[in-house]
Structures are given as C-alpha cells and as structure tokens.
Design a protein around this ligand. Structure first.
Ligand code: GLA
Length: 731
C-alpha cells in the first residue's frame, strides 16, 4: 500500500519502494511535515519534534498559554502567510478589506487510485491507473473559508512523489492570490547542499553546488519562460553526496513560465524548501466558486547518490510525461539547415542539402527560420506564417514532395508565440502584441511577443498550422521561442486581472500545444527557446525532445549536456553535429568527437554536408550506422556520468541497457598537458555476477571486477579526441 492513513485519519504515510514521507495533522489541524527520506515504517514520528519556549515567535490562538507551540517553528507542509510564521510563505492571500492573511487547518484526507491531472497544465499521467495513487488533503482557511487541496501523487515503483495544490473560493467575496507555490516542506535539522543549474544563452544548465545556510538561497525566472538562466529543478543532498552515495532529494517543476525555487535554514536549523510559480507580477483574482491550480512539482529521493536519482527522473519523465508516437519510436536522424545557410537559402539549395544528406543515410530534412513572410534576417516577418514563394518557389508542398522523393521526411521551423513589428500580422493586429499602452516596448531580437492569453491569437495560429501542416507532408515541427517577456500587458486581462497575465500566457501556450498534438499526433515536435531556454519537464508533455542549446561546440556541449542529464532523459536532448570552426566558439574539434558528443542525445546534423571531404562523408555514414546500432542504449538505457564536472582532463559517460546485456562508454579528452597521464575510467552498472567482454582490448572479466577496477585506456588521447567502446555480456 503506497499510502497509509492512521485510523483517526490524521497521520499520513507515503511509501515508495525506497522512500517514505510522513505528515501529521496535529490536534490544532496544523499539517506537520514529519519525514522524507529512506524507506521506513509507518509509525508516528511526531516525537521527533521537541518543542521549547519560543514565546518571541508568537503563538496561535489554539496554543493558549503554551509558548512552545508556534507556527514560526513547527515543520509544516504548507506555509501560511501573515499569521505568525515569519519564514517564507507559500500561500499569500489578500482580501477585499485590504488584509493579507492565509491560515489553513486540516479538514480531511482521501486516497484515490491513479494519477491526478491538472486542468490546462502538464502533469505525469498514468493511463491504466496501474502505477500510482493520489492522496488528497483538504484544508480550510480559518477566516475566509477558502478550501485548499494538497495533492500527493505516489509512484511506488518509480520512487516519485508529486505535489501540487489548488485553492477554491468558497465565499462570496473575491480573494486575491498573491503567491501560490506548488510545494513547501520543512525538513528537520540537517546539513544539506543545494544543487542548481544556472547559465546563459548558449551555455545553459551549468551545475552549481552550495551549502544551505540561514541566508536564503533562491533562484528562478521572471522572464515568462523557465529560462536559460536557471532551470526549474534542484537537488538537496548530503554535503558529501556523490554520484554513488548519499541522500539526495530532487525537485523538478513541470512548468515552462516564471518560477521560483528556494531553500533556507530557519532559526531552529530546519530547512524550508519551496518551489512554484514566481510571485513576481502575480495576482490572481479568485471569485466565488472559482478554483486555481498550481503546477506540478516532481519529487524523488535516492539514498545512493545522483546516478540513481537521475535514473528515476529519466524513467518517470520518459514514460509518464512524454507522450505521443515518438515517445519510444525511433527518432529520425535529421539535417537542419540553420547553421548551414542561416537565412540565405532557396528551394534549390535546400533540395541539394537534402540530396546530399539522403545519400549519407540522414532521414529527415528540417527547414529552419526564414521560409515565410518577409524574413531575410531576424528583423521582420514573424507572425506571417505564409510561405515566401520568392525563396521557396512552388511552395512547401512541392518542396516536401521533392524531399520525400529522396526517401526523406520533412520538418519545419515555427516561432508561433512571436510577432515582428514589420509584419502583416502586426499591421493588422497591433493589439495582439504584448506592449504597455503609452510605453515604447523593449525589443529582443527585434521582436515582440504575441499575447498568448488571447483565444483569438491562438485560433489564428492554429489556423496557420492547419493550412500549412494540413496541406504539406510534414513529419516534424521545431517550436521555437526566442525572447524573454517584459512590458507585460493584455488588452483582455487588464486592470484587476493584469497580475494574471504571466501565468495566463503559459496556460495559453499549453492550450495551443495541446491542440497541436491532438490535431497532429503523427508529427514529432521539438521544443526550443533560443536553444535550451525552455528546457523543462512541462514542455516534455508536448515535445519529447528539446533543442538543448544554440551552442553546438562539442567541448562546451560536454558541460551543457552534463548539467541537463541530472533530470532530463537523454532521448529528450536535441544534439547536432555542426561545422568547424564552430560558429559559437571558433573552436575546431574532430568530426568523430562531434558525433560522439551528439550521440548522447536526439541525433542530427547542422552543417552544409556538401562541403565535407569524401573521407568525412564516409565517417558520417558510419556515425549514422552507429546511432542506429546504439539507439536502444542511448534512448532507452540507463545513463551514468562517469566523471565530475570539474574533471579538467576528460569527460566520460556510459549507457547501460536496461537488461544489462551491453553498455556503451564514451570518453572525450578535454585538455592537453605536458607529460600526459593515462586516462582511467570508472565503469558502472554491469551485473556483478555476469562476464563481460570489453571491445577495446578483448578482455573478459566479471561485471563486479569491471565495476570496481574500471579500465585504463590503452592509448593517450589528444585534446578534443574521443573514444567509445562497449562491454558485452557473454555469460
Ligand atoms: C533559435 C534556435 C536556433 C534557430 C534560430 C533561428 O536561436 O535556437 O536553432 O532555429 O532560432 O532563428
């Protein structure tokens, strides 16, 4: 039983295979957090909370003269606001009389089978209700009577617990929600590190590790997207946790808009950890009977370090967040023309690139930015999703037909959420662009953002998709989004509702994405936002792969893909082989290394293949064969990071088949040193009692020996050189 409730209905214990989570509604109805960690029994752990006189913290009315009972010090599951918990709140409510207070007490709880869904937002799904159960806790706000539901989705085998919350206005007066986080939890006294993934455009998801202290560690986005700058995911772990050892708690938000995440020790050294929608410019007016839902946080726990935690996230996101035909179906190897031509192409050039690609075994031609409207650079045309017949003579159906004649699939780039001021769409509907009346808007990439809160905007975009994708044979769409959102204003949601715009924007995006995937279920959708600016679990609900970064330099990609791998399945990582010198860094790296790095993702090419030598073309053919050969490992296997990020000498990683029949190890040498040292690589995930042969040296050893002794590469690699080898189970 994944969820156990005590006979009096107030002690709730959640069990997954390897973790337990316990809450207690105390005699005053305050919902206490008692435990989250390694799997234990279901006995009441409330004796772990030992109280002392904290009179200065203040005491709620129920405490009477008991100065040890304080909302300011008790470990809780929901952080009230304005009523005596002076730590960060998780639900902040303003009332018509101007007061700001939110104080919830337990009412009841129930267990339902299967996973909960969240209206209009992504969430882990459980089609057959076989994998999960949901605990729903009902709480009531003391004065306004508003009803709070806390949802806990329990995925026993997967070691995952999800959380979200909803608030219903049960009164007559409106309530203004000023903050409504998905998850708040107070972990009892312990020392933990916080790992986050920070970065910038073309250098996303760089791992950063910092101790959790009394000084608040908070990160997030106010850009309207999850952003390049911080990823909506974090790990809290033992100070000495490594890939293979230590307690690690993951929190991953399935949300693609502005978010916040924080951890802080309180005065009693308990750690409050929170995650959810960023309260920046957020104010939601909830009228009588209305309900507001927070997005989902996916929690997972491992007491065996980061590798296990990553496997749990990879498996749950791949299996229960990604949807559609390409969830497990082999993704086609693609050629994208962006870095090959940028805006300078016509149908002839595209056909030639496709012809060359087809000869080498590439399976899909993707036409990137510039095929529509007046779009010869990035200053105009966005919104005019009509083919530019000057560039693509004969139109898209004809081009697509020519490409299909070569035995290839065809894909197309869109940036649906954007509008250029120099576009017919803007001239016809200036009010569709997000700008504040009376202010000149900020421009980014010389474009504005469409007001996705509006249903007429979404209908227009859907009609353009319908016309183009309905009349042309297209198997893939890249859905891009190339700027942050500011100057927020909507002509529909204005005045009292203006604080709803950022969240309504992302609900509008999800609505359009949902209509898209329902209408075009055969199309492989790849998410993108200036590379990896919206690489989050929410987007995976619609697009099983996301362009990981605009940086295609193989050496930089080692770090970017390393950071990405902590939460996101390798199959979701868009990775391409591009030209050298690299367009972002100017660095040259051997073609073999570029392909080896791209193999750790959804594989493709992004260069003018016609410029390759015959020898390089032969290499490309070989690389594509390898991609197919290793597909079951790279897209369906278990991924292990074999080196830490600060290993300046080399980076290594491994894919192990789920059935442990074979593994693939990849190594890239990073730096050149005088008098170099040999590269010794740790091997992981082989079955201890089976025998494996290494393809590098033909040596046969037990999995146990390989796992413990590792392997020393038989040759020295030069900087930028890579090597890959397998271990095959033989007995
Ligand atoms: C973004 C994407 C790129 C490319 C360009 C086109 O930067 O990340 O891959 O599609 O837009 O403008």
């Amino acid at each position: 039983m994944a969820i156990q409730i005590s006979p009096n209905g107030r002690l709730m214990t959640i069990q997954t295979n390897d973790s337990s989570y316990q809450m207690l509604a105390d005699k005053n109805g305050v919902l206490l957090h008692l435990y989250y960690g390694s799997s234990i029994g279901a006995e009441d752990l409330s004796d772990l909370i030992v109280r002392s006189d904290v009179g200065f913290s203040g005491n709620p009315e129920e405490a009477g003269l008991d100065r040890t009972y304080s909302l300011d010090t008790l470990p809780q599951e929901i952080a009230s606001s304005g009523v005596g918990d002076f730590r960060d709140d998780s639900v902040r409510l303003a009332h018509p009389d101007g007061s700001c207070a939110a104080d919830f007490r337990f009412e009841s709880c129930e267990v339902v089978s299967g996973a909960y869904s969240i209206p209009g937002m992504p969430a882990l799904y459980d089609t057959d209700k076989k994998n999960s159960e949901t605990l729903i806790i009902k709480m009531k706000e003391k004065a306004s009577g508003a009803i709070l539901h806390l949802y806990y989705g329990v995925w026993e085998e997967e070691n995952v617990i999800t959380r979200t919350a909803s608030l219903t206005n049960a009164g007559k007066e409106p309530i203004y929600i000023e903050k409504f986080l998905s998850c708040s939890m107070d972990m009892m006294d312990r020392d933990l590190d916080l790992i986050s993934f920070t970065g910038r455009h073309a250098m996303e998801r760089t791992m950063e590790r910092t101790p959790v202290t009394h000084i608040k560690t908070e990160f997030g986005s106010i850009r309207g997207t999850s952003s390049h700058h911080y990823n909506p995911a974090m790990i809290l772990c033992d100070r000495h946790a490594t890939e293979d050892a230590g307690d690690c708690f993951g929190l991953c938000l399935a949300y693609s808009g502005s978010f916040t995440a924080m951890a802080q020790k309180d005065q009693r050294d308990q750690i409050r950890v929170q995650m959810g929608i960023n309260p920046y410019q957020f104010r939601w007016c909830l009228t009588e009977g209305e309900t507001f839902f927070a997005p989902q946080v996916i929690l997972s726990f491992s007491n065996q370090g980061f590798s296990k935690l990553s496997h749990q996230y990879h498996d749950i996101l791949h299996e229960h967040m990604c949807r559609g035909r390409y969830k497990h179906e082999r993704r086609p190897v693609l050629i994208n023309n962006w870095e090959a031509t940028y805006f300078d192409f016509n149908e002839e050039k595209i056909e030639k690139i496709a012809a060359q690609a087809g000869e080498l075994g590439i399976e899909m031609m993707v036409l990137d930015d510039g095929w529509f409207g007046k779009r010869d650079d990035d200053n105009s045309g966005l919104g005019d999703w009509f083919v530019n017949e000057k560039k693509i003579r004969g139109g898209l159906p004809k081009l697509s037909e020519k490409i299909h004649e070569k035995g290839m699939k065809f894909g197309l780039w869109f940036e649906p959420e954007m509008i250029s001021e120099d576009s017919d769409l803007y001239r016809a509907h200036p009010d569709w662009a997000i700008t504040i009346p009376g202010r000149v808007p900020n421009h980014a990439r010389n474009q504005l953002v469409l007001d996705m809160t509006r249903s007429d905007v979404r209908d227009y975009l859907m009609a353009r998709f319908e016309e183009i994708l309905g009349n042309t044979k297209i198997e893939y769409v890249k859905w891009d989004m190339n700027r942050s959102i500011c100057d927020m204003y909507s002509h529909i949601y204005k005045g009292e509702q203006s604080g709803e715009c950022y969240h309504r924007y992302i609900l509008g995006v999800y609505d359009l994405l949902e209509r898209f995937v329902q209408r075009f279920p055969e199309i492989l959708l790849e998410g993108c936002s200036g590379g990896g600016g919206r690489f989050d679990a929410g987007m995976l609900y619609y697009s099983p792969q996301i362009w990981c970064s605009d940086n295609t330099d193989a050496m930089n990609r080692l770090d970017i893909q390393y950071g990405t791998s902590f939460f996101y399945p390798i199959s979701s990582v868009g990775a391409h082989v591009s030209a050298c010198p690299n367009h972002q860094t100017g660095r040259s790296v051997p073609l073999s290394t570029r392909a080896d790095v791209a193999l750790a993702g959804s594989f493709g090419y992004e260069l003018d293949l016609r410029l390759l030598s015959d020898e390089e073309k032969a290499q490309v053919k070989e690389q594509i064969k390898e991609f197919h050969d290793y597909y079951d490992l790279t897209h369906e296997g278990d991924y292990y990071r074999l080196t830490e990020r600060d290993n300046t000498s080399f980076t290594a990683w491994e894919f192990a088949a789920k059935n442990k029949e074979r593994t693939l190890v990849e190594v890239v040498k990073k730096d050149a040193w005088g008098n170099p040292l040999p590269v010794h690589v740790a091997i992981k995930g082989l079955e201890d009692n089976s025998m494996y042969v290494c393809s590098l040296n033909g040596i046969k050893r037990s999995g146990k020996t390989w796992n413990h002794a590792g392997i020393t590469l038989p040759k020295f690699l030069s900087a930028g050189e890579s090597m890959k080898f397998t271990f095959m189970k033989v007995e």
